[in-house]
Ligand binder design. Sequence first.
Ligand code: GUN
Length: 299
Amino acid sequence: MATIINGKDVAASVIAQIKSATADLQAASAVQPGLAVILVGADPASQAYVGSKSKMAKECGFKSVQHSLPEDTRQDDLMALVAELNADPTIHGILVQLPLPKHLDSEKVIQSILPEKDVDGLHVVNAGKLATGDSATGLISCTPAGALILVRQIRGDDLSGLNAVVIGRSNLFGKPMGQLLLSKNATVTMAHSRSRDLPGICATADILVAAVGRPEMVKADWVKPGATVIDVGINRVPAPEKGEGKSKLVGDCDYASCEPVAGAITPVPGGVGPMTIAMLMANTVIAAYRKAGKRAPNF
Ligand code: GUN
């Protein structure tokens, strides 16, 4: 029986710290953290994510601004909005919800955000600071930052001697996750769809992090007994057992078979998911502290 890592509880404790850090900053410097979220188009999943980000920002005591732009927004107009938010002293964090409609160049938009306001941690300056170990001035991508907190709950702050395998090599998750695990002294293997013998590589992992976007791909025999399994996948699949036309969310790990083998495992939903939004709030409060010339809290 594995320990079930409850991301909702961990996220709630991070949010409680953020609320108190926000109140402290306001009392000491009269600065209210400000988060601007930009959504282009009407994708229902993106609308739901953006809505919960804006709502949580308000709950934390932030100034929360949401810009919803039409699907046919022009690149220049989107870039102009980012430039306006870059120049706005009441905004400390800017998030452009991805994916953007196909006619827009996401990379150009992301790289136009000021690095100190890039609360998604996607700017090359922030990716570079993570790679070189500059956590004092950089901002770290939210999902890997949240996943690392869950790993630390089980394995502590020093991962010396532990093998970590990350499946997936995206800029948004896999690459920063590998860097974070390395910064905590784990021996890190980056595996991906072109790796030979993925099951064999995964079976060496004391910490196995799956972020491939393939429903229930990781099976029990991929998991080393006692391993810490962090499932970053959120896949919607048909669930005829719940009724005709119904669906459910599953991770990249086959939870039912992996759970008895793992030492600890994150469920989907309720594992990594709630941490992403908490870390977005954490990055916003960190950015506001830095702008006010104050030492930012650690999470
Ligand atoms: N879409 C799905 N996940 C994310 C994320 O972490 N950041 C942004 N900006 N868009 C996303």
